[in-house]
Design a protein around this ligand. Structure first.
Ligand SMILES: NC(=O)C1=CN([C@@H]2O[C@H](COP(=O)(O)OP(=O)(O)OC[C@H]3O[C@@H](n4cnc5c(N)ncnc54)[C@H](O)[C@@H]3O)[C@@H](O)[C@H]2O)[C@@H](O)CC1
Ligand SMILES: [K+]
Length: 504
């Protein structure tokens, strides 16, 4: 969610449900404490750092709850008294009237000395209300926190991190973990900000789900996948699972198309054919006994055209992997969009070629799916990679709506956007995927699932999850993130599918 969506949810709840701000703050503090108590023990010295807004108010509830439960806690208010007001002031008073002591000092170095004795720091200085550069004294305290060895748990957001996307430079607490209140904010998913969160978990604080504003963004979970990954019917035949065509490869680059094809086969596609230059076939064929071939006319090892393909045989296509940049793209994409039936997935070199052709073709009745990494997406929209990384949600939504396409923006948090602008974020995977070939594998998984699912959107989210979970599982067992190869992923897919459904 964005900060504004959070405030709207909060306000609607308070105005219409009868819940008050102080009740929600009590709930938040208690839910967070329950989570924090899993990580700390009563011998440890805990410091709660309290700022001037409602994040600080949560801090007062957390400090009181932990003290009531017998933990060793010091509550440090890091802003002057006049900054504390509203619900936060109410909870400060409850804290004091419970017989507990608030510490504050004009001199940050006194707090610094105290922090050196701390085993755990709970950071409740700033949440979604941060505006602009950090001001004193919080700026100094943030610096101090980051110098300590203490285990740091931030509440809602590591203090200093902006809630929303679109921000550049900032200073912030580097948390070991973050307990997120009610719903993850956009910055939990961006490469430049997610690092500050450490590991994060979400706590529920009693905001009525029915009053949730619809952000049209959803975190895709295993539970979502388990109800939507296609189940193979007992009496199905090969034709019911899709007849896919993958177009790509070249004499010098035959491997990527082979990986896409093999991944599609391992993801349950019914029939698969590979359209690739004639001279590339001998090097690809031995890995793909289950596939058939559409030999393409070529010049110097790259495909020239795809006019000879028998389109009536296929109901879905993936194009681009290893096709090279020297091809006659205009002719190839014209033929493709004129004749290909069913979904068309465009990846890798295909994305390079399709840039100025999208306007013309995206109004086809069947879905078009683009699967760029940030570099490829930056090229597509004429922006820099840092700009893409700073605002991936807004930029992909704008693009998908403009061209009427699905976009799968790949990364540690993969963002999947529908032509209507609905978005899903998928978080599985690890550094083992940051290698050549893993994108080719993903394309194959996505093509196969798209042809077997009722919903393209579900297929894309599930495909990303299965791909990522496979990497996680393989690196837990035999492999390392260093040594994991894209081809290992393909062989690992089968096992991942087993975990998802009984008869897939
Ligand atoms: N439904 C909700 O949204 C709920 C939110 N709660 C908490 O409330 C937080 C939001 O509260 P607020 O809106 O009061 O915002 P914050 O508590 O995040 O911050 C506002 C305070 O920070 C100061 N500040 C802003 N920018 C600063 C900067 N650059 N340097 C130094 N100080 C700065 C402001 O002067 C103000 O005192 C959430 O993050 C969450 O922790 C909970 O209390 C429960 C309910
Ligand atoms: K915080």
């Amino acid at each position: 969610m964005t900060a504004q969506e959070m405030y709207d949810w909060d306000q609607t709840a308070i105005q219409t449900s009868g819940l008050s701000g102080t009740m929600l703050m009590e709930n938040a503090g208690r839910s967070v404490s329950r989570e924090v108590e899993k990580k700390i023990n009563r011998q440890q010295n805990v410091i709660v750092l309290i700022g001037g807004g409602n994040n600080g108010g949560d801090g007062y509830v957390i400090a009181r709850t932990l003290l009531n439960h017998g933990y060793r806690v010091e509550a440090w208010q890091v802003v002057p008294d006049e900054k504390i007001h509203g619900d936060a002031l109410t909870h400060k008073e409850i804290f004091l009237q419970s017989g507990y002591v608030v510490r504050h000092t004009e001199d940050v170095s006194v707090l610094g000395k105290d922090m050196q004795q701390a085993d755990v720091i709970i950071d409740c200085m700033l949440g979604i209300g941060i505006k602009g550069k950090l001001r004193s004294p919080i700026s100094e305290v943030v610096e101090l926190v980051n110098e300590q060895n203490a285990y740091t748990i931030s509440i809602d957001i590591p203090s200093g991190v902006p809630a929303d996307e679109g921000f550049g430079e900032f200073d912030a607490v580097k948390a070991d973990e973050t307990v997120v209140i009610a719903a993850p904010k956009m910055s939990a998913f961006l490469e430049s900000t997610s690092y500050y969160y450490g590991k994060w978990t979400i706590v529920e604080i009693g905001l009525p789900v029915k009053l949730l504003p619809n952000p049209r963004r959803q975190l895709w979970t295993k539970r979502d996948a388990s109800t939507t990954v296609p189940i193979r019917a007992k009496h199905s035949h090969k034709g019911s699972h899709g007849k896919g065509l993958v177009i790509g490869g070249s004499y010098h680059m035959p491997g990527s198309i082979a990986m896409t094809a093999r991944a599609a086969l391992r993801s349950g596609i019914g029939l698969l054919s590979i359209a690739t230059p004639t001279t590339a076939i001998p090097s690809v064929a031995p890995f793909l006994q289950e596939a058939t071939f559409e030999p393409l006319p070529e010049e110097q090892g790259v495909m020239m055209e795809i006019d000879g393909v028998d389109w009536s045989k296929y109901n879905g296509t993936a194009i681009g992997m290893g096709m090279g940049r020297e091809v006659n793209a205009s002719s190839i994409f014209q033929t493709l969009f004129q004749h290909a039936k069913g979904p068309v997935l465009i990846d890798a070199d295909g994305l390079y070629h399709v840039k100025d052709k999208l306007m013309k073709y995206a109004d086809r009745p069947d879905p078009v799916i683009l699967t760029p990494h940030p570099g490829e997406f930056a090229h597509l929209i004429d922006r820099s990679i840092p700009e893409v990384m700073q605002s991936p949600f807004t930029l992909t939504r704008g693009f998908a709506e403009k061209y009427g396409v699905y976009v799968v923006l790949k990364g540690p948090a993969t963002i999947i956007t529908s032509p209507q602008g609905d978005q899903r974020v998928e978080l599985s995977g690890n550094a083992g995927l940051a290698k050549g070939g893993s994108g080719d594998v993903l394309s194959g998984v996505l093509l196969a699932l798209t042809l077997q699912s009722k919903s393209v959107f579900d297929a894309l989210a599930n495909g990303c999850m299965i791909h990522g979970l496979t990497a996680e599982r393989l690196t837990e067992n035999h492999h390392s993130t260093t040594g994991l190869l894209a081809s290992d992923l393909i062989e690992g897919l089968s096992e991942t599918f087993r975990t998802f459904s009984v008869s897939m």
